[in-house]
Design a protein around this ligand. Sequence first.
Ligand code: PEP
Ligand code: MN
Length: 272
Amino acid sequence: MNVKDLRLSGRKNHKENTIVKAKNVLFGSEKIVLIGGPCAVESEKQVEEIAKGVHGVSVYRGGSFKPRTSPYSFLGLEKEGIQILKKISEEHKIPFVTEITKIEDLDYFIENVDIIQIGARDMQNFELLKAVGRTKKPVLLKRGFGNTIEELLLSSEYILKEGNPNVILCERGIRTFENSERFTLDIGAISIIKRYSHLPVIVDPSHASGDPFYIESLSLAAIAAGADGLMIEIHNDPANALSDKDQALTIEQYNKLVEKIAPVAKAIGRSV
Ligand code: PEP
Ligand code: MN
C-alpha cells in the first residue's frame, strides 16, 4: 500500500473515523446505513411503489444516467428520472443517491441531488473526480472492478485534494477468474480500507453477485466485517425491470433481509 500518497484519505494525519453527513443520514457512525432502490429509475409509479414498500431504508438509490455495457440497453430517464427521485425523496424525507457520468451535468446534480455517485466505470475518470471535489456534496465512490484498493484510495484522494471531505467508499465486487457470480465481492477490502483510511465504506452485494440468491449472505458478511452500510437493488417487479433484472430483490425479499441484518449489527455493537 502506497501510504505515503494517502495524504488526506489515510490514517496517518487523520486518526478518527470520518462521518459523512447527507441530509439527516450519517455514514460512518454506529448506525449502519441501508441504501435501497431500483437499478434504474423507470417511472414515478415504480419508485413510489418501492419507496412505500421497503422498511428500514435510509437512503434511496436509482440510476438515471446509466452507463450500460451495450448502447442498445435502457440508458435511463436522465433529468426526468432525477426529478422523480427528488419528488419521492422529499415526500418521504429520505435523501437519495444517483450516478453522474459527465462533468457537464455537475451543476444540475449540485442543485438537485443529495449524494453524487461515481460508478465503477468512472473510478479513474480523474477530471470527474476533481470536479466533484470542488463541491461539498457527499460523493459515493465505487471501486472499479479492475482496480486495487490502493487505486480506490488514490481516487478518493483526488476528491479530497480539491477540498471536498465528504467521500464514502463502496466495495462492489471485482473481476476474478471465478465466473459463477457476476463479480467477486472482496470482503477483505472492508478491513483493509478501515486499516488504512478513515473514510466510511459501504458494500454493494447486488452488483457483486448479480443474483438474489447470494445477496443475503454477502450482506450479513459485509456487516459482520465492519461495513458502514449496504447498497441493494430492489424492484417492484424484477422480471420486468429495464436494467439488472436478474439481481434485483423483490420488496418482500428486501424486507426479510433487513430483519436479519439487525441482530448481526447488534452483535458487533451497531444498529440499523
Ligand atoms: C450502480 O450502482 O448503479 C452501478 C452501475 O454500479 P457499478 O458502477 O458498481 O457497476
Ligand atoms: Mn444495477
